[in-house]
Structures are given as C-alpha cells and as structure tokens.
Design a protein around this ligand. Sequence first.
Ligand code: NAG
Ligand code: NAG
Ligand code: NAG
Ligand code: NAG
Ligand code: NAG
Ligand code: NAG
Ligand code: NAG
Ligand code: NAG
Ligand code: NAG
Length: 580
Amino acid sequence: MKVGAAELCILLFTTSCLLHFSSELQHSMPYDYSATTQCVTEPKRAQYGGGIIVNPGFDHNIKGWRVFGNGTIEERISNDENRFIVASNRRQTLDGFSQKVQLKKGMIYMFSAWFQLSEGSDIVSVVFKRNGSELVHGGHVIAKHGCWSLLKGGIVANFSSPAEILFESENPIVELWVHSVSLQPFTREQWRSHQDSSIERVRKSRVRFQVTHPNETVLEGATVVIKQTRANFPYGCAMNRHILTNSDYQKWFVSRFKYTTFTNEMKWYSTEKIQGHENYTIPDAMLKFAKENGISVRGHNILWDSERRQPEWDLSLSPDELREAAAKRMKSVVSRYKGQLIAWDVVNENVHFHFFEDNLGKNASAVYYSAAYHLDPTTNMFMNEYNTIEYSGDKDASPTNYIRKLKEIQQFPGNAGISLAIGLQCHFSSGVPNIAYMRSGLDLLAATGLPIWLTETSVDPQPNQAEYFEEILREGYSHPAVQGIVMFVGPAQAGFNSTLLADADFQNTPTGDVVDKLILEWGSGPHTAIANSRGIIDLSLHHGDYDVTVTHPLTNYSKTLNISVRKEFSLESIHVKMHA
Ligand SMILES: *[C@@H]1O[C@H](CO)[C@@H](O)[C@H](O)[C@H]1NC(C)=O
Ligand SMILES: *[C@@H]1O[C@H](CO)[C@@H](O)[C@H](O)[C@H]1NC(C)=O
Ligand SMILES: *[C@@H]1O[C@H](CO)[C@@H](O)[C@H](O)[C@H]1NC(C)=O
Ligand SMILES: *[C@@H]1O[C@H](CO)[C@@H](O)[C@H](O)[C@H]1NC(C)=O
Ligand SMILES: *[C@@H]1O[C@H](CO)[C@@H](O)[C@H](O)[C@H]1NC(C)=O
Ligand SMILES: *[C@@H]1O[C@H](CO)[C@@H](O)[C@H](O)[C@H]1NC(C)=O
Ligand SMILES: *[C@@H]1O[C@H](CO)[C@@H](O)[C@H](O)[C@H]1NC(C)=O
Ligand SMILES: *[C@@H]1O[C@H](CO)[C@@H](O)[C@H](O)[C@H]1NC(C)=O
Ligand SMILES: *[C@@H]1O[C@H](CO)[C@@H](O)[C@H](O)[C@H]1NC(C)=O
C-alpha cells in the first residue's frame, strides 16, 4: 500500500485524565482535600469510619476508652448532638484518656481527631506509647475553647508492638475534649498505589493520537516516537560554588537539572562577611552560569532568623543599628537579583527562631516580607522551615505552628497582596521516614491554598538511604499541593557528604540511581507506540513539552511536531498534513 502520494493526516487530541476510583480505593484514599486549619463548630465524622479505633465517635458512651494517669473521663453530648469524650481533673501533661491498639511492623497509620479545650488555647499532641515505654509523637494541633480543631498526623511502625494512644497538652488544668478519632492502617503497597493514582491524576494527562489518510480512513501501523524536551514539574538540586570551577560538576548538573538553590553563597554571612564590605562575586557568577544553562534559581536567603546564622558582626549591634543593617541587606540583595529569581526565602526558619523578632519587635518577619515584596513584587515570597513535615517529634515547627506564623505575616497590615508560599526543607534524619506525618502535614498546609515547595530535600546516611529518599520524593511528587522539589544533595567533588548522589569519580551512588530513575520516570522517557487498527495511539504523559515524530512503515514520509501536555487540557485536536 502506498500512502503518502498525497498526505497523511494525524489527529491529536488530549483529554485530562479523569480517574474514576473504585469505591474501595476512594474509601482508603488518604489525600485529604477537605483538611482544614479552621477551628469549626461542626466537626466531621471520624475519617475512614475510625479505622481500627473502637467506638471512634463515642456512639457507645466511652466503651473502648480508659483513663490514662490521673483524672476522670466521661462522655458529653452537645446541644447539637455532637458526642465527645472529656478528660477532667488532669495533673500531668499526658493525663487523660487512652486506647490500646496493635501496631504491625511496616504498616503506615494515618491519625486524625478533633480537639477542644474547656478554656484558653494550647498545643495538643497525639502520642503513641509503644512497647510499654517509648513515646512517639504523631501530630500536633493548637486546640481552643469554643470550636473544634483538626489534628492530623500518623506513625509508621518499624516493629510490631502494642501501643497506647495518648493525648498530651501542656496545661493540665483545663479539660481536654476529643471528637471523632481515627487511626487507619495502610500497607506499603496501598500507599504506593495511592501515590501512583495521584500522579496519574495531578501530574499527567491522557493524550490520544489518531492517524488517518487524507480521505479520513484510519491508518493502522503508524509509529509515533515521543520525547520530552521539558518537564513542567520543577525537580531541581542545590548547587554550590564548586560549580564555577569544576567542569565535571557542571556537566553532571546541567545534564540533569533545570532548577536550583545556592546552598550558602547568597546568604548574608557570605555576601557581607565584614560590615559594609559587600561582595557578590560568587553568587553573581553562579547566577550567570545558571542563566547560560537555562536553570531557574530560588533566592536563598535574604535574612535568617537564627542567632547562630548571622554575619558575626551583626550580633554586637544595637537594635537600631541592626534594623538599619538588615534593611540595607534587604535592599541590596533583593534589588540586585530582582526579577531574575523564581523565589525568595525571605526570613529563613522563622518558625523555629526569632532573632529579629527578639531584637526588633514581634512584627519583624511581617515587615521583612512586606519590604521584599515591594522591592520585587513578581517573585514568590517563601517561608522556609525544617522538621515541619519530616519530624513529628518537633512540636515547635509543626504544621499548626507554621500556619500560625504564616497567618501572622499574611494578616499584617498591607501584606494581603503578597504572593506568599510555603517552603518545607525536608531534611530527613535517620530511621524510617514517617510518611504518614509527611502527608498529613502537606494536607494541612495545602488547606491554606498557597503553593508548596519541598526546598532542601535530603536523607541522612544510613543503610536504607536510597530507599527512604525515593519514598520521600515520591510522596512529594504525588501530593497535589506540591509545586516543586529541590534537593540539597550533590556529588562528592562538590562536598555533599550527607546525601551523596555521585562518588569522587562521578559514579552514581544508590541514591544517585534513585534520582536518575525519577528524572527519567517523571520525564516520561522516550515512548514509541504503534497505531492500532483504528489508527489510534493512547498515551498518559507527564505534563511538559514533547517532540513527536510520526512515520509510517510503507512510506518514507515522516513528520515532526511539538506538543505541550498541560494539566488544563480538556480536549485539543491538531491536524498535521504530511507531504511527499
Ligand atoms: C483512502 O486512501 C487509502 C490510501 O490511498 C486507500 O487505501 C483507501 O481505500 C482510501 N479509502 C477511501 C474510503 O477512499
Ligand atoms: C497522679 O499524680 C500524682 C501527682 O502528680 C503522681 O505522683 C502519680 O504518679 C499520678 N498517678 C498516675 C497513675 O499517673
Ligand atoms: C520491647 O520491650 C521489651 C521489654 O522491655 C524488649 O525486650 C524489646 O527489645 C522491645 N522491643 C523493641 C522492638 O524495642
Ligand atoms: C570578592 O570575592 C572574590 C571571590 O571570593 C574575591 O576573589 C575578591 O577578591 C573579593 N573582592 C574584594 C574586594 O574583596
Ligand atoms: C513594628 O514593631 C515595632 C516595635 O514594636 C514598631 O516600632 C514599628 O512601628 C512596627 N512596624 C510596623 C510597620 O508596624
Ligand atoms: C524504630 O524507630 C525508632 C524511631 O525512629 C527508633 O528509635 C527505634 O530504634 C526503631 N526500632 C527498631 C526496632 O528499628
Ligand atoms: C560534611 O561537610 C560539612 C560541610 O562541608 C562538614 O562540616 C562536615 O564535617 C562533613 N562531614 C563529614 C562526615 O565529612
Ligand atoms: C524509501 O526510501 C528508500 C531508500 O531511500 C527507497 O529505496 C524506497 O524506494 C523508498 N520507498 C518508498 C515507498 O518511497
Ligand atoms: C520543536 O521544538 C524544537 C526545540 O525543542 C525545535 O528545534 C523544532 O524546530 C520544533 N519543531 C517543530 C515542528 O515545531
């Protein structure tokens, strides 16, 4: 059969990938789009019907619950028929009610419950007392009087043991009220399948090619080769000054990444080591390198709220001198790189630390976000914090405290229009990552509606480092609210000794293999597909730009076209005519 004397028509249309979950999967789907950070008068029923919790909604009085420590417990029913459990006469922080469950090694447990106090407000945590003694925190919320606050969290069981679920609140004088408790276990396979379905739904779209003769008859056997030229999802890697002098590092970096953060080179202590002597030689050169190679840069950071991370000289300044020096720093670095960066970490780690607040007043961070915005209004202004989703034991930086700081900045007069964004460092230390806490935290932070980036992803060295890193990266990529990931990792020659991707000879470490595998997977590698008897090729492609080549074995014609696969695609049709 000789086609081609005339033309070959290719129709291409795409439909956004609408997944219809089976009811079973929907029931167990743990991405919680309805998570809220609001304090509400009408809490929801227990998630997953309470999971393995006995009497989760207190429909059977307090059956299944017992007193922990000192105090008394009872059921109460509100005027609007809400049933909840109350712990009174507490003396110590963990006093209250508890329930025993059996944790199974390898299982991932999502926890949620609604809390209220009889007066005031306080941080309430869920604590798993494992194996009779070890206490593991699973999540935190600021509970108040007068309305219900949602605590979401979880635990990953690294060994099988009984566990008592306890609740901790610093102020034992007040009554602790709990509504709708849930603990739902998931296997690793279920978890992975949730991630995969979410990736299909939020990162990919279905694309249909239809190949026909010009006379509209379908053309079986046409070959479509599709190759991604640009990924939409920003998946990047930190870089440091060695990039300027080490050509192997340059090659290594440029062949993999289009997004970066400079580790230390743009920080105040690097650009103004001596007061009044600014030197931007290194970050200028790094930015030039990045631009020449099409790499987008996050600005890290303008100010750092930790006393230990100041330029040494600013510690001895008076408050007025500090205010002046910090204002000068702000103006200097932000005007220098204005419009050239994709983000600013404005006041780094201001949930854990408060150096500027201590010295200049409670409004210090809010004032700096405002100043940065006015100097560079089109760039996203990030908070950037560690432990918020990676370590459930760190109450100070919990999602609930992060959101409190965020609202303080957002609600400061004049700040409503600032494009604030959520930066989560994600430095995981050793041990099995608490992926349930990570997802719960992302769900809660997502409820703010602001963009979320994982900004400094890493995992401490340990035997399962590569496996754990993959879990964390997949969790980030699959979460609908995450809009970018930057890793704080690199090759040995650049001095990255914690999460090492390549050894001294630029041979991949196992962690490096994971990163390369994900770049390929999320970049949709090259696909080759053959049109079926209806002339159709269906593909599910990660959002991005592609070069497409269509050929037919019985002709020598081939046609290339470029397509952009976008999330917004609902239906698109492209008609390509091939000529002899
Ligand atoms: C359309 O064109 C092809 C190739 O020239 C031919 O084999 C086929 O019979 C045509 N179909 C119709 C309906 O004309
Ligand atoms: C009850 O409180 C007292 C005083 O704080 C303490 O000594 C005692 O150990 C507590 N009892 C229990 C069961 O925790
Ligand atoms: C649990 O506790 C028992 C007794 O204290 C101890 O022998 C055992 O090693 C503990 N198991 C784990 C996994 O910590
Ligand atoms: C600025 O920094 C560069 C790179 O470290 C250095 O070579 C140069 O001498 C510095 N300039 C001044 C004026 O100190
Ligand atoms: C911030 O707080 C300081 C000290 O409390 C005060 O002097 C200053 O006016 C406040 N700034 C703004 C912009 O509200
Ligand atoms: C389980 O994890 C905890 C917390 O990371 C750690 O302290 C403990 O040693 C681990 N236990 C086992 C048996 O791996
Ligand atoms: C890793 O690198 C950091 C910073 O370059 C250094 O302070 C630290 O000592 C190094 N750690 C090891 C184990 O070499
Ligand atoms: C395709 O090209 C090859 C080599 O250039 C040639 O031998 C062959 O005849 C061509 N086939 C058609 C169908 O034009
Ligand atoms: C497709 O994009 C590439 C750059 O990625 C460009 O070189 C090429 O000309 C484009 N092809 C078409 C058919 O637009």
